[in-house]
Write a protein that binds this ligand. Structure first.
Ligand SMILES: C[S@@+](CC[C@H](N)C(=O)[O-])C[C@H]1O[C@@H](n2cnc3c(N)ncnc32)[C@H](O)[C@@H]1O
Ligand SMILES: *[C@@H]1O[C@H](CO)[C@@H](O)[C@H](O)[C@H]1NC(C)=O
Ligand SMILES: *[C@@H]1O[C@H](CO)[C@@H](O)[C@H](O)[C@H]1NC(C)=O
Ligand SMILES: *[C@@H]1O[C@H](CO)[C@@H](O)[C@H](O)[C@H]1NC(C)=O
Ligand SMILES: *[C@@H]1O[C@H](CO)[C@@H](O)[C@H](O)[C@H]1NC(C)=O
Length: 463
């Protein structure tokens, strides 16, 4: 290779690096010292032009520079909060006409007030001193109630959003404060759900989509195209714009690992080892594998076994295949399939079948079909393990779970929905312990883990 080729190649690498360069804002904890408006940048995902503010903070590790984008409305909101909440009237007035210069003067003037600079309002305006890591989302019922009743406060202003330009960054980046803010606002949006849905979609539209072949055959079992049940493209869970099939929502599903107990690999592993560590399955199936948390745990826990995982959204197996590669796992395969109908596998194929948080996300007929498929595919004497939301014996408890999660809306109606629109189908239709029994399972048992998590166990009869 001639020196010119090498140079050209280097130049290409350099530019391609630039092209696929994500912006992941650093989390800063410290006291703001100075700030200035440096430029007006093009509109962000909210559709308004944004002023770029640069600031210096005093952190435990010394001086640290930061950057935040704010639009004109946010400056107006800052001024409103300063006068209404901080009661600082010290002649600080917002310019009539926003411009880089006038807003810069405004911030310089504001920085002369120590009270203001040390306030929570100013921290949130600069996107510092908040990462939401202390919020225990589904840790306990009390945690959850404190969130929905807004005892847990979201920051006054959104943290700086990350911008992902590569799918690997979606997999590898630490959760950012903005992503915690998105979750928190979602759970607190009951009275403003229409606005939230636009905000949520505008942001997820900026994320990578994990696309593949137009017919998704790149991630399907050979010659096994997927037929979607109508509900899947009609009413989306967790407010996801376009549902799971929109791969741009994958990052948000993935960071669910810091909120839901059975998306946390440490907790999944602890329970799978405790309940099934003595088993030695040759073939394992994970259903509704999502990003792949439970499938990855199974692959690591049973290195001798071959793990198969299916999900009805094609972006998920694409994400999981790459993630498994990055983790060096070679005994796990991910496919795009509808778990209601896995005809490409024969009866009695798997020794162990697991799923986490799947059956409560669909109408009752669909979940019962999946339960029957699990039974069909298990080898005689095989075990199923389900991590799923509770099915308490008391009807009043099931009604409460339904109400909290659907906000009282019926999934089939047009209009707003709660975070788990199918909860009534699960609590009053799927009736999981009964359906497991009807499917033929023996030794059915349940273990309570939290107000949002139970473990369901069942065994297929020996021949
Ligand atoms: C909450 S996520 C599960 C997370 C996953 N267990 C993990 O460990 O990462 C629920 C998943 O179920 C999938 N799903 C829903 N209905 C399905 C079906 N009929 N067949 C296969 N997957 C389905 C959804 O696409 C979604 O990815
Ligand atoms: C969403 O994006 C559109 C198009 O850029 C914009 O007009 C709208 O103001 C945005 N809304 C929100 C809430 O982000
Ligand atoms: C998962 O759970 C463990 C044990 O409770 C906890 O230490 C860890 O921080 C959790 N992981 C995440 C990502 O939240
Ligand atoms: C589930 O239980 C409810 C009573 O809570 C019953 O009305 C319903 O028919 C059951 N669903 C099925 C599919 O059996
Ligand atoms: C159910 O449990 C009993 C007692 O532990 C056991 O003998 C039986 O084999 C189990 N049934 C299946 C299908 O594994």
């Amino acid at each position: 290779m001639g020196p010119l080729r090498v140079l050209l190649l280097l130049a290409f690498w350099a530019t391609s690096d630039l092209v696929s360069c994500s912006f992941i804002p650093p989390t800063i904890f410290g006291d703001p010292l100075s700030m200035s408006v440096v430029t007006l940048d093009p509109p962000d995902f909210r559709g308004t032009p944004v002023y770029r503010i640069e600031f210096t903070t005093n952190t435990k590790a010394g001086l640290k520079n930061g950057m935040i984008h704010r639009n004109w409305e946010e400056f107006q909101e800052l001024q409103r909060l300063i006068t209404s909440e901080l009661l600082i009237h010290s002649g600080l007035t917002l310019p009539v006409e926003p411009s880089v210069e006038s807003l810069n003067d405004y911030l310089i003037q504001a920085s002369e007030s120590p009270n203001l600079m040390m306030s929570t309002i100013m921290s949130h305006f600069l996107g510092i001193n908040w990462d939401g890591k202390d919020i225990k989302f589904f840790g306990s019922l009390v945690n959850f109630i404190e969130i929905v009743t807004k005892v847990v406060k979201a920051p006054y202003f959104q943290p700086e959003p990350p911008l992902y330009d590569s799918e690997d960054d979606v997999i590898l980046a630490e959760e950012t404060p903005f992503e915690v803010y998105l979750y928190l606002k979602g759970l607190q949006s009951q009275d403003s759900i229409e606005d939230y849905l636009i905000f949520f979609k505008n942001y997820t539209d900026t994320c990578p989509g994990f696309e593949g072949a137009p017919d998704d055959s790149d991630v399907q079992w050979p010659n096994s195209p997927v037929t979607y049940p109508p509900h899947y493209d009609q009413t989306y869970v967790h407010f996801l714009p376009g549902g799971y099939r929109n791969g741009k929502t994958l990052r948000i599903n993935y960071v669910g690992k810091s909120k839901f107990n059975f998306l946390n690999e440490t907790i999944i592993k602890e329970w799978l080892v405790k309940l099934h560590g003595d088993k030695n399955p040759a073939k394992v199936l994970d259903i509704g594998s999502g990003p792949g948390f439970s499938a990855m745990v199974l692959a690591e826990m049973f290195p001798e076994a071959q793990i198969y995982a299916v999900d009805m959204a094609a972006p998920n197996p694409r994400f999981s295949r790459r993630w498994a590669e990055l983790r060096g796992l070679t005994n796990v395969e991910f496919y795009h399939a509808n778990a209601e109908d896995m005809h490409f596998w024969e009866d009695n194929t798997f020794d162990f079948i697991n799923y986490a948080y799947v059956l409560h996300e669909m109408p009752q007929d669909n979940s019962i079909r999946i339960i029957n498929e699990i039974y069909r595919l298990l080898t005689p004497g095989g075990t199923m393990n389900g991590f799923e939301v509770p099915f308490p014996p008391e009807e009043v408890e099931r009604s409460l779970l339904t109400e909290w999660n659907t906000w009282g809306y019926n999934w089939e109606d047009v209009g707003p929905k709660g975070p788990e629109p199918y909860m009534k189908e699960y609590e009053f239709g799927c009736n999981i312990t009964y359906s497991l029994h009807d499917a033929g399972f023996q030794n059915i048992s349940t273990i309570g883990y939290s107000f949002f998590d139970w473990v369901y166990l069942g065994e297929k009869a020996q021949l």
